[in-house]
Design a protein around this ligand. Structure first.
Ligand code: CUA
Length: 188
């Protein structure tokens, strides 16, 4: 409580403060290292939950992306699955047929290099990576025709690589699907 003790207290206080900052700075560094390690380990041990693969060398020989299985298929639950393949420099099928007001799942892969799958006027935008299946849910409310340009540079023919997608009335689609297993609009 006397005047004599004040300078000592100040000096001790300064040291304590410096110590506290040192501890704080070290803690932040340790925390950042721990976060980086955790993020790295987490990503390594828990890869994406749904990675689907398709061997680009054997797509035409069998399995989900064999040519006879491409196009739009009406499912027992009323939804539609569209399967397509991108390759230098076209899409198969060249014209995709889908119904209005129906949950649709696009499943697309590449047979050679990286391509882009984009439907104009929608948020549908996929990258087609050989070896992997790209999947996206969709729903179209109005009938009409849209373009489907490849948007990843894939070689000299990239500019000419594009397809069409035609949205038709749900009832009309169901009628066509009753006759044929896999639908497309290539001939239309
Ligand atoms: Cu395929 Cu660009």
């Amino acid at each position: 409580m006397s005047d004599g003790t004040l300078p000592d207290q100040d000096e001790n206080g300064g040291e304590r403060l410096e110590h506290r900052w040192a501890v704080l700075a070290t803690s932040i560094i340790v925390l950042l290292i721990a976060m980086a390690v955790f993020a790295g380990v987490h990503q390594a041990v828990l890869p994406q939950s749904r990675v689907e693969t398709a061997d680009p060398r054997t797509l035409h020989l069998g399995g989900e992306f064999i040519e006879s299985n491409l196009g739009s298929a009406l499912q027992p639950d009323g939804s539609v699955v569209v399967r397509a393949v991108g390759q230098q420099y076209s899409f198969t099928p060249q014209c995709i047929l889908v119904p209005t007001d129906t949950p649709i799942t696009f499943r697309v892969t590449s047979a050679d290099v990286v391509h882009g799958f984009l439907i104009t006027g929608t948020s549908i935008n996929l990258m087609l990576v050989p070896g992997y299946i790209s999947s996206i849910p969709a729903r179209f409310s109005t009938p009409g025709e849209r373009h489907m340009p490849c948007h990843e540079f894939c070689g000299f023919g990239h500019e000419g690589m594009w397809g069409r997608i035609k949205v038709i009335d749900k009832a009309e689609f169901a009628r066509l699907a009753a006759d044929t297993g896999r639908l497309n609009c290539v001939a239309q």
